[in-house]
Design a protein around this ligand. Structure first.
Ligand code: ATP
Ligand code: MG
Length: 357
């Protein structure tokens, strides 16, 4: 990945008294697949709308390819947007919908015909040229909206929850298609979702947002394995997040019991939050792990069993391919490497600071 293509500098946006984005700083590289991930209302769509030119920030700048585009109208930006609520032209056929942008660009009939064919094949809707949008299901309409954006071969594609209306299988197929498109066409993708799994699958970079603040920026691996605070850890996947005490370098007291870990530099006897992923907990025979407990819940999840183990007054979430019936006495073991230590935020604001490259 190469140059900075887009730069958000000190972007803030309020509606009335509500601050939706608070001093957002973020850059996006050329040909990057960057995902804005966060709960409903955290400011994802607003960020995308500011980039698309549909919303003006109260302060700050948006730079595109070295040029300040903060006040440029949407049609002057080299961006194409697929909105959260797909907006097809209802009085036009599917083919006319897809052709719309190409006609404005005065492309030849043959070129447009080929593009429509290509795009419909891509979104798995061969033969739908002459249908009207109203006769399509929500998921099909959403796929047409993607096809319509793609045929314009934009430099940057903004996608706001484009797969939300699709069922799981189709969503996965479309995820692969989008990744293929990115690699084939060299488009930069800015993708919005509140689905952490989708974000982890598709992105080069994930930006985790909460309440208008960036919580963490990083690769999927980094975000998953090394969340910087409890919000990210909790949002990115089911986890055990336990308030603990860092006794000294490489030793943390969890629920009253010292555990070896690999982290250093947190000081001595410092309160921290510890994250342990459910799949990183190993259940052993009583007395053979660090904390003994009893299995209280058990659900079969397909690839693994999900269990809850009550130990030292905490309900540990455990994923394992081995099944331990409810009532089984077990002992919890965690490898030092799988214990992730996080600094406790001293205030909301500190938690929200934009941290990592
Ligand atoms: N035009 C507007 N006028 C007033 N408030 C707005 C406007 N647009 C957005 N908001 C508010 O700004 C906040 C952020 O909205 P935004 O649409 O960016 O959230 P989001 O992260 O996209 O959420 P979702 O996942 O639900 O789509 C919300 O509280 C919303 O109610
Ligand atoms: Mg939204």
């Amino acid at each position: 990945m190469s140059n900075k293509l887009i730069d958000f500098i000190n972007i803030s946006k309020s509606y009335g008294t509500q601050t939706v984005l608070d001093d957002l700083n973020l850059y996006i590289r050329e040909n990057e697949f960057l995902t804005l991930l966060g709960p409903s209302g955290c400011g994802k769509t607003t960020t995308l709308r500011i980039l698309g030119g549909f919303e003006t920030p109260d302060c700050g700048q948006v730079i595109f390819d070295g040029e300040d585009i903060t006040n440029l109208p949407p049609n002057k930006r080299q961006l194409n947007t697929v909105f959260q609520k797909y907006a097809l032209f209802t009085h036009m056929t599917i083919a006319e919908n897809i052709a719309f942008g190409l006609k404005i660009k005065k492309k030849s009939k043959q070129y447009i015909y080929d593009k429509i064919k290509y795009a419909l094949k891509l979104v798995n809707l061969d033969g739908y040229e002459n249908r009207m949008p109203d006769s399509l299901s929500g998921g099909q309409q959403q796929r047409i909206a993607i096809a319509r954006a793609i045929v314009n071969e934009p430099k940057v594609l903004l996608l706001d929850e484009p797969l939300g209306a699709l069922d799981l299988k189709l969503r996965q197929d479309m995820q692969y298609e989008l990744i293929r498109l990115k690699n084939e066409l060299g488009i930069t993708f800015i993708y919005v979702t509140h689905d952490q799994e989708e974000a982890l699958t598709m992105s080069d970079t994930i930006v985790v947002m909460n309440q208008g603040y960036i919580q963490q920026i990083g690769t999927p691996e980094r975000i998953y394995n090394e969340p910087e605070n409890a919000f990210v850890a909790d949002f990115i996947g089911e986890s055990n997040i336990i308030p603990s005490l860092m006794l000294k370098d490489r030793l943390v007291k969890i629920l009253g019991v010292p555990f070896a870990c690999v982290d250093e530099g947190f000081g001595q006897n410092k309160p921290v939050d510890v994250v342990i992923r459910p799949e990183d907990i190993c259940l052993r025979k009583p007395g053979e792990g660090s904390i003994d407990g009893v299995v209280t819940h058990l659900i079969f999840k397909g690839v693994h069993y999900e269990m809850e183990v009550r130990a030292n007054e905490y309900d540990w979430l455990v994923h394992s391919t081995k099944m331990f019936p409810i009532g089984t006495q077990v002992s919890i073991h965690v490898d030092p490497f799988d214990i992730q230590i996080m600094k406790k935020p001293e205030s909301e604001d500190e938690e929200a600071v934009n941290i990592e490259e």
